[in-house]
Design a protein. Structure first.
Length: 247
């Protein structure tokens, strides 16, 4: 105890095992209630109506021109993440939030086993954004939706991160759900794990006791030294971040 420095952050109160376990059991009741409410919300989501969209809406993929219907790859459902893009800008200036969530979508076999395809719809040109995908080591299907955003994101703000879910019935395509902002945390596991720790996400908006570290603000939450944080490991491994933008 005498080795604790004065400038170290605050910590939870030290108690014996019995008191700790009793406090945890009180919290566990709230956690279970939260889980059940999440299940109820998911059930309501499954009962939402749907709206038809044009399955012939054009996209650009690795083989050139394609359509929204083709992106399903024959499966019944599609989850599309709309990746924000700063056209003509170098890799360090690309969206740190989109990089953060996309970096955590890796193994798709579980999604595929439920008859669902996952794909990224970049809001910028295909060539430079696909180079970014390759630089980051992502393997999910990647498309440019740049010229079809107004048709696909009807009434929504183009240039924001979105998750949109689609259902296919034959050759007819329907939109069944969409979300943005903190809704895209559905793709994330890092924050869910950090939420379990004593200091949480360490972000300024969190309600934490006095003395808890909350030094992270704004873009620095998902940027380190001027880049989206996940880029540094790719550079260290020797991967080029040249996107053909001249930046």
């Amino acid at each position: 105890m005498n080795d604790i420095k004065r400038d170290e952050p605050g910590t939870p109160k030290i108690v014996d095992r019995g008191i700790f376990q009793a406090a945890l059991e009180v919290l566990r009741v709230r956690e279970k209630t939260h889980t059940k409410e999440g299940d109820a919300i998911a059930a309501a989501r499954r009962r939402l109506p749907m709206v038809e969209v044009d399955g012939a809406t054009p996209l650009i993929g690795k083989h050139g021109a394609t359509t929204l219907l083709d992106v399903f790859e024959g499966r019944r459902m599609l989850i599309a993440y709309y990746f924000m893009w700063h056209a003509g800008r170098p890799a360090p200036e690309q969206c740190e939030g989109c990089t953060w969530v996309t970096s955590q979508v890796r193994e798709l076999s579980y999604i595929h086993s439920r008859d669902v395809t996952y794909a990224v719809f970049c809001q910028g040109p295909y060539e430079e954004s696909a180079r970014y995908r390759d630089f980051m080591g992502w393997e999910m299907p990647w498309y440019s939706a740049m010229h079809s955003l107004d048709a696909l994101l009807v009434g929504r703000r183009v240039g924001m991160m979105h998750i949109v879910c689609y259902l296919r019935r034959g050759s007819n395509v329907f939109e069944t759900y969409w979300t943005t902002r903190r809704g895209v945390e559905a793709m994330d596991n890092s924050y869910r794990l950090l939420d379990l720790t004593a200091y949480g996400r360490q972000e300024a908006w969190e309600e934490s006791p006095a003395g808890w570290p909350q030094q992270l603000k704004g873009k620095q939450v998902s940027r380190t030294d001027g880049r989206p944080t996940a880029q540094w490991s790719r550079l260290k491994a020797g991967h080029s971040d040249e996107l053909g933008t001249g930046g």
